[in-house]
Ligand binder design. Structure first.
Ligand code: SAH
Length: 263
C-alpha cells in the first residue's frame, strides 16, 4: 500500500541505500547490541540494523506504518510498539538492565522533547545516534561564546557529550525536508553528580540566565541570592559561561524566598 507521508509526524523517509550503509557503519552495531529505534517509519534503517544485532525494539506512532512493519516476516528479531515514544514507559521495551543503544531518524518537530526524555532515562542507554536538523545539532554541540550556545546546550551537555558525525543534505529524504540535517551521537556522562533538587535548581538558574540572554547575570539572576558565589563575575552574559561554571554557580547560589523550584 502506498503511504502518504504525514507532516504532523515529521515523516521524511530515508531511501538512499549508500547513505543508510554509511549511517549503520557510524553506529557500528555489534551482535550483542540491543537497539531501541525511535520512529522506524518504513523500516529502512531497521532492516539494515536488525541483520547485525541480536534484538531491536522500535516505537512507531503511525498505526499504518506499524502494521506494515509488524507483518514483515524477515524482521524476526524485531519487536514493534505502536505508541508515542514520549508516552511510552521504558519498561515496555523489555530489555532488562543491559545498556540499550538508541537510534532514530526522528521527527524534527519533537527533537528536544525526545532528547529530554532520553536524558531522563540516561542510566538505561549507552549511546544515541540521531538524525536532527542542522540548527539543532549546532545548538546541542555548541561551545560557549557563540550564538548557538544556549539553554538546550547547557542542559544537554551537563548530562551527555554530543558529537556531530556527518552532514546530510535534504535530497536523501522522501519527501525532502526544507532543512539540512546532521547525524549526531549522544553519550551520557557523569561528570556532574546532581540529585533531584540540585538538578531542579540548575534548571531554574540556566532558564533564568538564558531567559534574558542580553542581560548581565547580575540582572537575569536577580531573584537568586548570589552572595556565596565568589568565583563568577556577574557582569558576564550567560553565553560566556561554560557548563562547568553553570554547575558551580547553581551549586553555590542561594534561594530567595518564596522559593519556586520546579519538581
Ligand atoms: N526512520 C525512518 C522514518 C523517519 S521519519 C526512516 O529513516 O526512513 C520519522 C518517523 O517517526 C515516522 O515514521 C513517524 O511516524 C515517526 N514518529 C513521529 N512522531 C513519533 C512519536 N512521537 N513516537 C514514535 N514515532 C514517531
Amino acid at each position: 500500500m502506498k503511504h502518504r507521508a504525514r507532516k504532523q509526524w515529521g515523516q521524511n523517509f530515508l531511501k538512499d541505500s549508500n547513505l543508510l550503509n554509511k549511517l549503520v557503519a557510524l553506529i557500528d552495531p555489534k551482535p550483542e547490541d540491543l537497539i531501541l529505534e525511535i520512529g522506524p517509519g518504513k523500516g529502512a534503517l531497521t532492516k539494515k540494523l536488525s541483520q547485525k544485532v541480536s534484538k531491536l525494539t522500535a516505537v512507531e506512532i503511525d498505526e499504518r506504518l506499524y502494521s506494515t512493519l509488524a507483518s514483515q516476516k524477515e524482521l524476526t528479531n524485531c519487536t514493534f510498539i505502536n505508541d508515542d515514544f514520549l508516552q511510552t514507559s521504558w519498561s515496555e521495551y523489555g530489555f532488562g538492565s543491559q545498556g540499550i543503544r538508541v537510534v532514530g531518524n526522528i521527527p524534527y518537530n519533537i527533537t528536544s522533547p525526545i532528547i529530554f526524555e532520553l536524558l531522563k532515562n540516561r542510566s538505561k542507554w549507552k549511546d544515541a545516534h540521531l538524525m536532527v536538523q542542522k540548527e539543532v545539532a549546532d545548538r546541542l554541540a555548541a561551545k560557549s561564546g557563540g550564538k548557538e550556545y544556549g539553554r538546550l546546550t547547557v542542559m544537554v551537555q551537563s548530562q551527555a557529550d554530543v558529537e556531530k558525525l556527518i552532514s546530510i543534505p535534504p535530497d536523501v529524504f522522501v519527501p525532502k525536508p526544507k532543512v539540512d540535517s546532521i547525524f549526531i551521537c549522544i553519550k551520557p556522562h557523569s561528570r556532574y553528580e546532581m540529585d533531584k533538587n540540585m538538578y531542579a535548581r540548575f534548571d531554574a538558574v540556566v532558564r533564568a540566565a538564558f531567559g534574558q540572554r542580553r542581560k548581565m547575570l547580575r540582572n537575569s539572576l536577580a531573584d537568586f541570592d548570589l552572595t556565596k558565589v565568589k568565583s563568577i563575575d556577574f557582569d558576564r552574559r550567560p553565553e560566556t559561561l561554560s557548563v562547568d561554571e553553570f554547575v558551580l554557580l547553581s551549586n553555590k547560589i542561594g534561594r530567595i524566598n518564596p522559593v519556586e523550584i520546579p519538581s
